[in-house]
Design a protein. Structure first.
Ligand code: ATP
Ligand code: MG
Length: 557
């Protein structure tokens, strides 16, 4: 899959080219390292595009590694969804690994540190340790267990593994520097006791490595040349490098980049899980969710996500990206790919009174003006059609301002004829029930000999051929642009009107055979995707995005 071309190197590419030109590596190895404790979101998509994209660009390799060192929160359901999402984005991983595959190796590394006098078993509880830890400006004190001999530490560590101690009774710490200004260097935890089963190793282990211990060492084991992570890990880098040095293992280089934050949404698995568990959404793949599974179901395309990632690039400073830019990328891609069809969301019947009752005519409609190879389709035309209620005004403004239909006004029905409104009927509730018009036989599209000109062209569907469908219309999930700026519960900012269900819509009959996953443009309305909830006699469409482009309106390009 080709993404949009760019012109200059970003700072990570510069580092890589520099390392390659100095002969540090023959080729590069990257990895995408999700923790399988939730579904991936659009922020992860940025990291995926970056890691896999760089490997592609430099003819290197990229692994998929599950960072599964927190057994309480992890699950195979998440592992499966992560594989599916990465594949959907169009990437193939080189090796598939699990940090838990390395548990034995990591245990050996820990023993090596103990033997070198660089790690010790500490009996202080978390609370007790916090009291002696100090602050960035006040040096910490040593734990009274810090000077245990290597032999004693080794024995205790073996006993920890053997299950002799309860949760929290002991930890293994790196012995670094309790007065370091970097708090991560103040004897960080390498192993903790957790008597819980792991989704892959079952009951085999009751000690688990900390993130800092597992992550860098896994990178090294896989000979990852460049380990890309988000900026919050910058302060962990000295520890990352200390462990590599002390263990004398493959020197992976950690490089940090800014997280993706997106306006009007949250990109945090923890918060997204809260929305799922609290039933604020229908699930991880609710089309309003910024998860990869959510945007896929909504109808965003892999190419649009990749173009978006390319467009935002990588930076060294955190910021917030306008969701309109992502939506712009989606529109841009669908404009090229999605066939146009007629879908009338708010139908009102229009009767062409001078058209014979039983007469039907087959018209040709263009599937995609952006793609000639998409061809044409047949559209049946008959005496009764549906047009959108918004296209008719009983008392319209001047014809210079209102090009659509009104009493005595003329418009073209797309691909068909020019019609003139001759009247309308209202129901008891005051709503327009039917509109009457006459067509001009000389004005057939493509064969017009009338010389007439009209400014308005309306969408329509033939009433007796049309099908009814359920249309799910989405608005932003949150009402606030920057959810990083709030102090109270993020759920207070949920948009109560983020889902609107329309059951009135009438669609052209050709959609009868639509399949789940099909994507179309309802002309003049927006892009829609056939949802998984559809059945043979009840189609459900998700509105992917409207045609109105806020990004361009704001002056983007
Ligand atoms: P979350 O806070 O949502 O749980 P995480 O960083 O804990 O995210 P991981 O599964 O640990 O999630 O992340 C896998 C990879 O994706 C990491 O390298 C991480 O840095 C990257 N990543 C996660 N969120 C973002 C984001 N918003 N923007 C860019 N990269 C991200
Ligand atoms: Mg994480």
């Amino acid at each position: 899959m080709e993404t949009e071309k760019k012109t200059s190197l970003n700072f990570i590419e510069q580092i890589i080219e520099d390392d390659l030109s100095k002969g540090k590596h023959e080729s590069i190895q990257t990895r995408f390292p999700p923790e399988p404790n939730g579904y991936l979101h659009i922020g992860h998509a940025k990291s995926i595009c970056l890691n896999f994209g760089l490997a592609e660009e430099y003819n290197g390799k990229c692994n998929l590694r599950f960072d599964d060192t927190n057994p309480e929160k992890e699950d195979v359901e998440y592992v499966d969804s992560i594989r599916k999402d990465v594949e959907w984005l169009g990437f193939k991983w080189d090796g598939e690994y699990f940090a838990s595959d390395y548990f034995e190796q990591l245990y050996t590394f820990a023993c090596q540190l103990i033997e070198k006098g660089k790690a010790y078993v500490d009996d202080l509880t978390q609370d007790q340790f916090n009291k002696i830890k100090g602050t960035p400006t006040i040096p910490g004190k040593h734990s009274l267990y810090r000077d245990r001999t290597a032999a004693e530490n080794l024995k205790l560590f073996q006993d920890m593994r053997a299950g002799k101690y309860a949760n929290g009774e002991k930890v293994l710490r790196a012995k670094i520097d309790m007065s370091s200004p970097n708090m991560h260097m103040r004897d960080p935890v390498l192993y903790r006791i957790k008597h819980v089963d792991h989704h892959r190793t079952g009951g085999e282990w009751c000690i688990y490595p900390s993130y800092d211990f597992a992550h860098g060492q896994s990178d090294s084991i896989e000979q990852v040349t460049h380990s890309l992570c988000t900026l919050e890990f910058e302060v962990h880098r000295p520890l990352y490098e200390w462990l590599i040095r002390e263990l004398e293992i493959f020197p992976t280089r950690q490089i940090e980049f800014a997280r993706l934050n997106l306006s009007y949404t949250v990109v945090s698995k923890r918060k997204l899980l809260e929305l799922v568990e609290g039933k604020y959404v229908s699930g991880w793949d609710d089309p309003r969710m910024p998860t990869i599974s959510g945007i896929r179901r909504r109808g965003f395309t892999p190419q649009s996500v990749r173009n978006f990632a390319e467009r935002i690039g990588v930076a060294r400073r955190d910021g917030i990206i306008d969701v309109a830019l992502l939506e712009h990328a989606v529109r841009d891609d669908l404009n090229k790919k999605a066939n146009r069809v007629m879908g009338i969301l708010d139908p009102v019947k229009l009767i062409i009174t001078n058209w014979p009752e039983d007469k039907e005519e087959t018209l040709k409609a263009i599937n995609n003006p952006e793609d000639e190879s998409a061809g044409t389709r047949d559209m049946p035309f008959s005496r009764e059609v549906y047009i959108d209620r918004a296209d008719f005004k009983e008392d319209p403004p001047s014809p210079r301002k209102w090009f659509r239909l009104g009493p005595d006004r003329e418009v073209r029905l797309k691909y068909a004829y020019i019609i003139k409104c001759t009247g309308f009927k209202k129901g008891d509730d005051g709503e327009i029930e039917e509109i009457y018009a006459e067509y001009d036989p000389l004005t057939k599209s493509g064969e017009d000999t009338s010389g007439k000109k009209v400014k308005g062209t309306l969408g329509w569907v033939s009433a007796k051929h049309a099908i009814n469908a359920e249309i799910r219309l989405y608005d932003r999930l949150f009402m606030t642009e920057n959810l990083n700026d709030i102090d109270d519960d993020f759920k207070n900012y949920l948009n109560p009107n983020s889902l609107n269900i329309n059951s009135r819509a009438m669609l052209e009959g050709s959609l009868k055979s639509a399949n789940v996953g099909d994507q179309v443009q309802f002309e003049r309305v927006g892009y829609f995707r056939v949802d998984e909830d559809s059945t043979t006699d009840h189609l459900v469409f998700n509105q992917t995005i409207t045609l109105r482009d806020d990004w361009q309106k704001k002056g983007g390009n």
